[in-house]
Design a protein around this ligand. Structure first.
Ligand SMILES: [Zn+2]
Length: 215
């Protein structure tokens, strides 16, 4: 099988993490999420965790040099030999340029959904105050409304997941990501994936990815 070195792009709430998990199983390549790596490092209180904690808790981007080093090490691991699905990296042009020097990118899947759809998905999310588990009023409803299935904690809507906050986040995302989209478009690597399908029709989104990766 050919090597699949894939970059995933998409606004918060577009469902990127879910598609990444499905593609990871299908192609047997790891889902490499910088967000997850940083959260794990903070939990483990590792050297890296100490370095990135202040940026993450403030909601700032982790500086390029730290992020690039982390990815460089991760991509050297055995499980990345046949490829990988990069999620959350690159975020900036210097990161994209550094990545180009590490590995040849096969495709960049850019998940696109309308503002209404993203608002519906994100504003339906409910998070457990106690354990952080995530539910969705429509797609993943808890057994008892407002109560966490896992621990019985109270569910709430995060401040950054109200419709007003989502609009601001999307504008910000589009502004920051535009240069990256252009960067990969210029190299002929960008494929837009229409992610405007309801949760039940997720297969329609996944099959577009499969088509793109065949080429
Ligand atoms: Zn809970």
């Amino acid at each position: 099988m050919k090597t699949l070195n894939i970059v995933l792009l998409g606004a918060p709430g577009v469902g990127k993490g879910t598609y990444a998990e499905i593609l990871s199983k299908k192609y047997k390549i790891p889902h490499v999420s910088t967000g997850q790596m940083f959260r794990d490092a903070i939990k483990e209180r590792s050297e890296l965790g100490k370095k990135v904690e202040s940026f993450i808790t403030k909601g700032d981007l982790v500086p390029d040099d730290i992020t690039i080093d982390v990815i460089k090490e991760r991509l050297k691991e055995e499980d990345c030999k046949k490829g990988f699905l990069l999620d959350g990296f690159p975020r900036t042009i210097p990161q994209a340029e550094a990545l180009e020097k590490m590995r040849k990118i096969s495709k960049v899947l850019n998940f696109v959904a309308s503002e209404e759809n993203i608002i519906e998905r994100l504003s339906g999310r409910r998070t457990c105050k106690k354990c952080g588990a995530i539910f969705h009023v429509k797609n993943i409803p808890p057994k008892v409304e407002g109560i966490c299935d896992e621990c019985g904690g109270e569910l709430y809507q995060r401040e950054d997941e109200t419709p007003e906050a989502i609009k601001v986040r999307m504008k910000e995302y589009n502004r920051k990501t535009k240069p990256l989209v252009d960067f990969y478009k210029k190299r002929g690597l960008l494929v837009n994936i229409d992610a405007n399908y309801p949760f039940e029709e997720i297969e329609k989104i996944v099959s577009q990815c499969e088509m793109a990766l065949k080429k």
